[in-house]
Design a protein around this ligand. Structure first.
Ligand code: ADP
Ligand code: ADP
Length: 236
């Protein structure tokens, strides 16, 4: 599903080595946690996987397609949904309009001049909101929701792309413990019911142990551990 080979990323003309020689595979439908302290390279790795950041060296394949293959870029972006620490919703739009943004992956330039979203797009967006328990908030402004709810809207927006992978970059770092649990439970349910591959970065080992099937530990841009969660100990 995802293959990463010898991935390296340097910023600032080689002065910052954010990732060094990262290689691993992720199977379809796995729930993987990238665990590491702030500055370890987790965001950079996730951003390389969805093509937001260009690797300095190494290769990434999504379902066999090289991610920087320009002919397939749009389709690869469609297949990889992204969830952000600060939610990245458009605050002045409604919840439903934010989720519809996930459908933009299916809209071609010329249809957008005519009529942007079909009834089917709206139905898919409402269905995605239902999956995260927020269909009753569809017509509220996004910034009227709590942080935990906004993050679940972020997940619904990613789901609306019908992705095969969801990457979530510190999705609970700005949330209280109760909201954090809700968000991670939603991600786990999506993985179980839709067989979507989920990769979540966290810096909290208790949450990682509770939700992950597999933990990849990252420190100073290097992979220091890669284990199924049952084999993971505090010494790791
Ligand atoms: P994490 O997500 O684990 O906190 P990051 O991937 O954000 O780690 O950062 C890894 C390293 O790369 C850090 O040293 C950080 O300062 C550096 N870095 C991240 N993004 C940039 C950037 N756009 N320009 C320069 N350095 C960056
Ligand atoms: P959740 O159950 O998603 O974690 P909370 O328990 O944080 O949500 O929020 C409960 C209620 O309080 C929600 O209906 C939400 O709309 C409202 N609320 C919480 N924080 C805010 C906020 N910063 N602005 C507006 N409403 C908020």
């Amino acid at each position: 599903m995802i293959q990463i080979r010898g991935l390296c990323k340097e910023y600032n003309c080689c002065t910052t080595k954010a990732l060094t020689n990262i290689s691993f595979d992720v199977q379809q439908g796995q729930f993987v946690v990238l665990l590491g302290p702030s500055g370890a390279g987790k965001s950079t790795l996730l951003r390389c996987i969805n093509g937001l950041v260009k690797a300095t060296d190494g290769e990434i394949f999504i379902q066999g397609d090289r991610i920087n293959d320009s002919r397939k870029l749009k389709d690869i972006h469609r297949r990889v949904g992204m969830v952000f620490q600060q939610f990245n919703l458009v605050k002045r739009l409604t919840v439903l309009e934010n989720v519809l943004c996930g459908r933009l992956a299916y809209v071609s330039a010329w249809t957008s001049c005519l009529k942007l979203f079909s009834k089917q797009d709206v139905n898919i967006a409402l269905h995605c909101l239902n999956r995260v328990g927020l269909v009753h908030k569809a017509y509220d402004r996004a910034d009227q929701l709590s942080g935990g709810q906004q993050q679940r809207v972020g997940i619904a927006r990613a789901l609306a792309q019908c992705p095969s992978i969801i990457l979530a970059d510190e999705p609970v770092a700005s949330l209280d413990p109760k909201s954090a649990e809700k968000v991670l439970t939603v991600l786990r349910t999506i993985k179980e019911q839709d067989h979507i591959t989920v990769i979540v970065s966290l810096h909290n080992i208790e949450l990682a142990n509770h939700y992950a099937e597999r933990i990849i530990g990252i420190k100073n841009g290097r992979m220091i551990v890669d284990k199924p969660v049952s084999a993971f100990t505090d010494d790791d």
